[in-house]
Design a protein around this ligand. Structure first.
Ligand SMILES: [Zn+2]
Length: 398
């Protein structure tokens, strides 16, 4: 609640856009808590911040718990913040109890997760994992012409901690941002991966003719394949179970006239699935359907891929650590796939990673009314704690 007062909005949310003064104030508050505990603090070249509690083995790679403190312009109090402060709660708790871990335990604050001010979401973790070049990130510009690089330098956030360090594991605690856990009554979502998605732009081309004199069977009307492929898209999706998603949108026709058969109809299709093969299968089935249908109605078609984000499958060992922790603490839990992207997606490309979800009210997120109960927050942090201890090994394990 104290963090939410930094960049507080009138409707009860937070506005701490990446690398803004509000974001810097939020970090300063967080650092004041970290330094009061005597934890060490360092940053890497893209401003990712790491708060560290040492382990007993100087050679052991750290277990990192983290998320982000930046928010959407009309963001909530929990998206990202909960994962950072939940991780910090774990650090404080093991410290309070004098627990020695073999591996160091760190809390990460990734830079610019939201991508609202600088248009690249999960920027800090992407650079950390080598998926995006540091120079590309530094050159990103906001609407006022300020670059990421200029703000990193202004705030003194660019440090010398190496990017892409070896980690024993990475765990990210987050609100679900969807309705599944609330509906099923689960207290914990054991996140096994993140859905892949693909954005297609579909163009169907026919012949523009007069809507009155031209008989129906003498037309090459792109709306006819459109009707068939939309119906087919929903069928293709339903056949692939509840994790398959398809969203046709952005319908545009030309010419813009009510009494001319369109020459072209263009629309977007967003398809999603956690399994790359199933996602490819959906794409192929849709293309086959479009080809057959367009051909039947004497139309041409074209598909361009505008965005292709492959599914992420989390490390089985980390997933099991989360699941075992939820079971050991007696929490109702289920395995779940994330519908949204998170820093853990990029981190998982380099080191073992997984996520812990807690339900949030009405599944609402990216909204000032985002809400969780204190008891729910505690359950998530407790599950994170025991999963982190399992990865970092306590001296009692030996
Ligand atoms: Zn987030």
């Amino acid at each position: 609640m104290a963090m939410a007062e930094v960049g507080a909005t009138a409707a009860g949310g937070s506005n701490r856009q990446a690398l803004s003064d509000d974001d810097a104030d939020g970090r300063a508050l967080f650092l004041s808590w970290a330094e009061a505990r005597g934890f060490s603090v360092s940053t890497d070249a893209v401003g990712n911040l790491f708060v560290r509690r040492e382990g007993t083995d100087p050679d052991a790679a750290p277990v990192v718990l983290g998320s982000h403190l930046d928010t959407q312009p009309t963001g909530g109090r929990f998206d990202g913040v909960y994962g950072v402060l939940g991780g910090f709660e774990v650090l404080e708790t093991i410290d309070d109890h004098g627990v020695s871990t073999t591996a160091p335990v760190e809390v990460a604050v990734w830079t610019n997760e939201e991508g609202s001010r600088f248009p690249l979401s999960m920027m800090g973790s992407a650079v950390w994992a080598g998926a995006v070049d540091l120079d590309v990130a530094r050159a990103l510009v906001d609407v006022d012409g300020i670059t990421v690089g200029a703000d990193l330098d202004r705030l003194g956030w660019a440090g010398d901690l190496p990017l892409g360090r070896t980690l024993t594991g990475y765990l990210e605690l987050h609100i679900e941002q969807g309705p599944v856990l609330e509906a099923s009554g689960s207290e914990i979502g054991v996140v096994t991966g993140v859905q892949g998605f693909r954005w297609l732009t579909v163009t169907i081309t026919g012949d523009p003719v007069h809507a009155g004199p031209t008989p129906m069977d003498a037309r090459h009307d792109p709306a006819r394949p459109l009707a068939e492929v939309l119906d087919g898209l929903y069928r293709i999706t339903a056949e692939r179970g509840p994790w398959a998603r398809a969203t046709p949108a952005q319908f545009r026709s030309e010419p813009v006239s009510p009494n001319t058969v369109p020459s072209t109809i263009r629309f977007s299709v967003d398809i999603r699935h956690p399994d790359a093969d199933v996602l490819d299968g959906m794409d192929r089935a849709f293309r086959d359907l479009l080809a057959t249908s367009a051909d039947r109605h004497g139309c041409q078609w074209e598909i361009s891929v505008d965005n292709d984000s492959p599914p992420v499958v989390f490390d089985p060992g980390c997933v099991e650590a989360v699941e075992a922790s939820a079971a050991a603490t007696g929490r109702a839990h289920e395995r779940i796939v994330s519908g949204a992207g998170h820093d853990a997606c990029y981190v998982a490309g380099l080191v073992p990673a997984a996520m812990v979800f807690v339900p949030c009210r009405d599944g609402l997120s990216h909204n000032e009314s985002e809400s969780i109960q204190p008891a729910q927050a505690e359950v998530g942090a407790e599950v994170l704690l025991h999963a982190a201890l399992a990865l970092a090994h306590t001296s009692e394990d030996r």
